[in-house]
Design a protein around this ligand. Structure first.
Ligand SMILES: NC(=O)c1ccc[n+]([C@@H]2O[C@H](COP(=O)([O-])OP(=O)(O)OC[C@H]3O[C@@H](n4cnc5c(N)ncnc54)[C@H](O)[C@@H]3O)[C@@H](O)[C@H]2O)c1
Length: 259
């Protein structure tokens, strides 16, 4: 049987990652797309020849013939869409960050346990050749005990969708930490063997609001019909010092606009 996928959100990552990625697989078919931006929905469906379109994602999730839901929407929607899809019996691939905060994440995990469905967060950095090679070396014990790690994702001119949902806290949950920092945080914790964190000291700054320039993501040609409010109420730099139960430490930094 070919597995059928419905994509929720027709923006940058759907067009540059999920849809072409799924369409490379012979055993999978992208059958439906949902986005409230009608203009973008129709443009993207035509570009990738996706037969069914919905402006309301609930209708797409309600379709019996769909096996997998791929969530490519702004962060504030991940939890409600994931819970709805899992509860409808679908397996889910959800974009990072998994949700806006730990409370929402717990709710998703509880639903995963209750429904027994598969749930995966899109952390592609784990699958790079550098990461998998390093993981093998660590697991073979070539570095010994991993007790101190530094992880950073420092962009100098990389504020995404300036003035759109990425820079509006109620839609994104935060700035570079929740946007790009989660990639290196996830990858490093995974490489360290997923120790349990016991304390975190963190700091954020917002210094570039007035001189910010757009970072080119989502790609300009994928922004058809998007409405920008001009809001920029998230941090542009964050740092953290994380201690783990096994005595290990991680120093983390993430920026969209470090100079
Ligand atoms: N894994 C990665 O490397 C990676 C890279 C980029 C983005 N992302 C993540 O992917 C998600 C989307 O980011 P993007 O860059 O594609 O943003 P985007 O703004 O280009 O796309 C988001 C799309 O969601 C649509 N949308 C809004 N409300 C919706 C709703 N109720 N139902 C369905 N769709 C809705 C918007 O109209 C827009 O088309 C974010 O969570 C982001 O953090 C992940």
């Amino acid at each position: 049987k070919r597995l059928t996928v419905g994509i929720v959100g027709a923006g940058g990552i759907a067009q540059y990652g999920h849809i072409p990625g799924f369409q490379k697989l012979a055993e999978v078919e992208v059958v439906a797309l949902a986005d409230p931006n009608k203009e973008k929905l129709e443009t993207v469906a035509k570009k990738f020849q996706i037969p069914k379109t919905f402006t309301d994602y609930r209708e797409l999730i309600g379709k019996k013939e769909i096996d997998i839901i791929s969530i490519c929407s702004p962060n504030y929607l991940h939890k409600e869409q994931a819970v709805l899809a899992l509860s409808a019996g679908k397996d889910v691939l959800c974009e990072k960050p998994v949700a806006m905060n730990s409370r929402e994440t717990e709710e998703i995990l509880t639903t995963v346990k209750k429904t027994g469905r598969k749930f995966m967060v899109a952390f592609p950095h784990r699958f790079s050749s550098a990461s998998t090679f390093l993981k093998k070396m660590i697991d073979r014990g070539e570095f010994g005990d991993i007790y101190y790690a530094k992880a950073g994702c420092l962009r100098r001119r990389g504020i995404p969708g300036l003035g759109g949902w990425f820079t509006t806290k109620k839609f994104s949950g935060g700035g570079p930490l929740i946007d790009v920092g989660v990639h290196v945080l996830d990858k490093t914790c995974w490489l360290m063997g997923a120790p349990r964190p016991v304390s975190v000291t963190g700091v954020t700054y917002q210094k570039f609001k007035k001189i910010a320039t757009d970072g080119g993501w989502p790609p300009p040609d994928s922004r058809v019909g998007d409405k920008f409010t001009g809001t920029f109420d998230v941090e542009d730099l964050s740092g953290a010092f994380i201690r783990f139960e096994n005595g290990a430490t991680l120093v983390l930094e993430a920026s969209w606009a470090g100079n």
